[in-house]
Design a protein around this ligand. Structure first.
Ligand code: CTP
Length: 365
């Protein structure tokens, strides 16, 4: 029995194939995050024996099994049609031939299969040749019309692997972007945008703008900011790198942002011109680094960096208890006093706790 080195499956069936990204990655000599295996037939029935079943979806013919501590997705070979362009396809047949299963996929390099039993590569679409030449090629002319998220997936793979679009595929992308049908699943678009821009790549951003891929989200013209966003994020790490790129687009309405994501965008958009250190501090204090970087890129780099590099480290030491000890009754006045001390401290960060107390004493005299 042949043992494949990707995962430990000992099985004599010649109906099991590694499929999609895992085969592409194996041939590129890199480790895959996800292992997808397809079974020519009903995977739910056949593949449960490989380990503890984590999840199964008989309607789609898929089953997730924990094989030796690694979650593996087993799918039945299936044929699909895009009844509604831009939305999830409808499964028309479960247990079709391997060839049919492969032909519904996005790019030739993602349409390779590898026998689990023998390690033999099955390539119906010239994926190996394209992998060698580092090109992304769609399988048919309607590919982007069926599923426009593939344009963003293409961008992601170009950035991750240094691939290029094969000329006809490039032309199909251009054609689609010139006639976008905005009735598409933006949930999937958003997922691909997140995966692409969390790679934190200036190159991805440049292609996104130069090739007008951003039009998938909104048609408003968008100029490339004269700033290296990648370097900025490297210097000031953020939780959501993608949002520092995508947040620059003028209209995000289609993306169905979460409350937290909306807040990040609203925060940076609402901050205007800032003249004094105190105003900068007050405007940015409590904002996420994402919002501040968005402000940096689109409004005023100098001001934002002044806050991130120096101002934000300034903290006053006195508390409400100190004010109480000085005989000041709690009231909104406290905030005015803290702001007064903060202003002084921003001018002179060397000020000590004792200095701050003295400042308050002088103020209330
Ligand atoms: N696929 C597709 N069209 C899509 C999404 C996925 O044809 N819009 C197919 C591709 O064959 C892909 C497979 O489904 O290889 C699995 O998709 P996914 O897990 O998203 O990508 P991988 O290629 O496995 O890449 P990775 O997980 O490394 O990002």
């Amino acid at each position: 029995m042949w043992k494949m080195d990707i995962i430990n499956i000992y099985d004599n069936s010649d109906k099991l194939y590694y499929i999609g990204g895992v085969v592409r990655d194996k041939l590129l000599g890199i480790e895959s995050f996800d292992v997808d295996i397809t079974y020519v037939g009903d995977a739910v029935e056949y593949c449960a024996k490989f380990g503890k079943v984590v999840q199964e979806n008989p309607d789609f013919g898929t089953i997730r099994v924990n094989v030796d501590g690694r979650e593996v997705d087993f799918a039945s070979t299936r044929a699909e049609v895009y009844e509604k362009k831009g939305h999830l396809p409808v499964v028309t047949k479960i247990g079709c031939s391997l060839k049919e299963d492969v032909l519904r996929r996005d790019f030739t390099v993602n349409a390779l299969a590898m026998s689990v039993k023998t390690g033999e590569i099955v390539d119906y679409v010239g994926g190996q040749e394209d992998l060698k030449n580092k090109v992304l090629r769609v399988l048919h002319d309607k590919s982007f019309i069926d599923d426009p998220t593939r344009i963003i997936r293409g961008l992601k793979f170009r950035v991750r692997f240094g691939f290029d679009l094969e000329p006809k595929t490039r032309k199909l992308q251009e054609d689609y972007l010139a006639h976008i049908n905005y009735d598409m699943s933006y949930k999937r678009v958003k997922k691909e945008l997140i995966e692409t821009f969390n790679l934190n790549s200036q190159y991805a951003f440049e292609l996104f703008i130069k090739e007008e891929i951003y039009k998938l989200i909104s048609p408003e013209k968008f100029e490339i900011p004269n700033v290296n966003v990648q370097e900025l994020i490297n210097k000031y790490p953020v939780e959501y790198p993608w949002l520092v790129y995508i947040g620059l687009l003028p209209n995000l309405a289609r993306l169905d942002l979460t409350k937290e994501e909306k807040r990040i965008i609203e925060d940076f958009r609402s901050v205007g011109k800032l003249k004094t250190d105190f105003k900068i501090y007050k405007a940015f204090d409590g904002l996420t680094t994402e919002s501040i970087l968005l402000y940096a890129v689109s409004k005023d780099m100098k001001v934002a960096l002044k806050y991130l590099d120096t101002l934000r480290n300034t903290k006053i030491s006195i508390t409400g208890d100190d004010l109480k000890s000085l005989g000041i009754e709690p009231s909104p006045k406290y905030q005015e006093i803290f702001d007064y001390v903060l202003k002084k401290k921003l001018k002179n960060p060397q000020i000590t706790y004792e200095d701050e107390i003295q400042l308050v004493k002088n103020l209330i005299k």
